[in-house]
Write a protein that binds this ligand. Structure first.
Ligand code: PEP
Length: 251
């Protein structure tokens, strides 16, 4: 039985004041929830979040990481820095990074490896665009994105990683994949991992999250699907009541 995980991706949102209010409400509301819960604030707030979450079960992570270890890379943040701030998770390959910052499958795979070597749990985001879905390429795209990581890290790396299936057409659009649509891709991801040499047990244990306009009113039916192990939540993670209700659905 896989534990569920609900992770909030705050994207480029928040302020010292708003973060404090949000986290205080989450800490109060989260006490009887058995799922893993995490938040991913922007880099400048990681230390604030670390302090506010002292003694709490809520974990936190970053939204991105450099593929480089250190040195002359202005504006970048290394995996070691995230470990210094006691991050548990880091998102790699979010579709906004892939689309707006031209992150290739290979670059995402490098980030995955660097993050994992440093001791972080990478949350590998994969998913197809609307055009790719409409032309029947969903599995091909998701396989390509997974294979880039499998090639450099091997299937065993998914013992200490999370996968988030996030159809690009569902992110921030209010259009959610139906539970059946999401389940089909999650099952495909698990099958693909299982088809690797010695991949069967990893495929059974890896948490695969769904992301894309998850809200309190659709989380329960999504999380009830057999291969959906929780969610990566964008917009709805900024509202305490909504995020708590989603976490409750993962109970
Ligand atoms: C995301 O940013 O990963 C996401 C799923 O966003 P939203 O929930 O707003 O669609």
């Amino acid at each position: 039985m896989r534990q569920k995980l609900v992770a909030g991706n705050w994207k480029m949102n928040g302020s010292i004041k708003a973060n404090q209010q949000l986290l205080e409400s989450l800490k109060q509301g989260i006490t009887d929830i058995r799922a893993d819960i995490a938040v991913c604030p922007p880099f400048p707030y990681l230390q604030q979040v670390q302090a506010l979450l002292q003694g709490s079960h809520i974990r936190y992570g970053a939204q991105n990481v450099s593929h480089e270890a250190d040195g002359a890379f202005t504006g970048e943040v290394s995996a070691a820095m995230l470990v210094d701030l006691a991050c548990t998770y880091v998102l790699v390959g979010h579709s906004e990074r892939r689309a707006l910052y031209a992150e290739t499958d290979e670059r995402v795979a490098e980030k995955f490896v660097v993050a994992q070597k440093a001791g972080l749990i990478p949350v590998l985001c994969v998913g197809e665009s609307l055009h790719e879905r409409e032309t029947g390429e969903t599995e091909k795209i998701v396989k390509r994105q997974l294979d880039a990581v499998l090639t450099v890290a091997g299937v065993d790396a998914f013992r200490r990683a999370v996968i988030a299936y996030e159809p690009v057409w569902a992110i921030g659009t209010g259009k959610t994949a139906s539970p059946e649509q999401a389940q089909a891709v999650h099952a495909f991801i698990r099958q693909h991992l299982a088809s690797q040499t010695a991949g069967a047990s990893v495929a059974q244990t890896v948490q695969i999250l769904y992301g894309g306009s998850v809200k309190a009113n659709n989380a329960t039916e999504l999380f009830a699907m057999p291969d959906i192990d929780g969610g990566l939540i964008g917009g709805a993670s900024l509202k305490a009541d909504e995020f708590l209700a989603i976490c409750q659905a993962a109970h």
